[in-house]
Design a protein around this ligand. Structure first.
Ligand SMILES: [Zn+2]
Length: 216
């Protein structure tokens, strides 16, 4: 199945993604890891992207779209793909439409994980990460047994600098201005399924798998 997944920071997107790729045997492709792969393999588009990244500039849409095209033609995409963080803008979505049709990998489903704002604020602002083993805690929902100490390895917990209310507002603004138009575009095509990602992860995963099964 050819799936796009979207959701604001703190929506549990990576947990849900891990489950989908396991059940459907498809690759999880984020633009971040795709850039790193293409640069490491020094593909033509990879090198072009690198020239922008090295100068601290955003990679232009046409290069991003060509890179996606290259990636989706790899053998591991035979059964489909789970694209994460792309298309990021309406322009990318429109360009991707033609590419996806050309390589016969049209988008079949757009999963949007939405979290109530209040819950989102608590998830992000109360999140703490073990500086050693990267285990994730939440002061309200999943506190460590000993204050500020990882249950698993005993290392100190960190409050990541982008897990603040100010940074959350910045990300939410970007979400509203960039992602919302992309969602509206796919909504118009009848491809969007909204999932309430406010409940516990296993409940969210169960509702996502229900949606996927209903489409088989
Ligand atoms: Zn730890």
């Amino acid at each position: 199945m050819n799936i796009l997944i979207s959701g604001a920071a703190g929506s549990g997107k990576s947990t849900v993604s891990r489950e989908i790729i396991k059940v459907y045997d498809i690759p999880h492709i984020s633009t971040g890891n795709m850039f790193r792969d293409a640069m490491r393999h020094e593909t033509e588009v990879g090198l072009q992207a690198k020239s922008y990244i090295d100068r601290g500039m955003l990679v232009p849409d046409d290069i991003v779209v060509r890179m996606i095209k290259e990636r989706l033609q790899q053998p591991d995409c035979q059964k489909g793909y789970l694209l994460d963080g792309f298309p990021r803008t309406l322009a990318q979505a429109v360009a991707f439409e033609d590419i996806a049709a050309e390589i016969k990998r049209p988008v079949e489903l757009v999963l949007n994980l939405s979290v109530e704002l209040d819950a989102l604020i608590h998830r992000v602002v109360d999140r703490r990460v073990c500086e050693n083993c990267k285990a994730i805690y939440n002061l309200e929902y999943m506190p460590p047994k000993i204050e500020n100490t990882c249950d698993l390895c005993g290392s100190p917990l960190n409050h990541r600098s982008d897990d603040t209310l100010e940074q959350l507002v910045v990300r939410l603004k970007e979400y509203v201005f960039l992602t919302k138009p992309v969602l509206d575009y796919y909504m118009y095509k009848g491809l969007v399924k909204y999932v309430d990602a406010t409940p516990a992860p296993d409940i969210v995963i169960a509702s996502v798998l229900d949606i996927l099964r209903s489409m088989e």
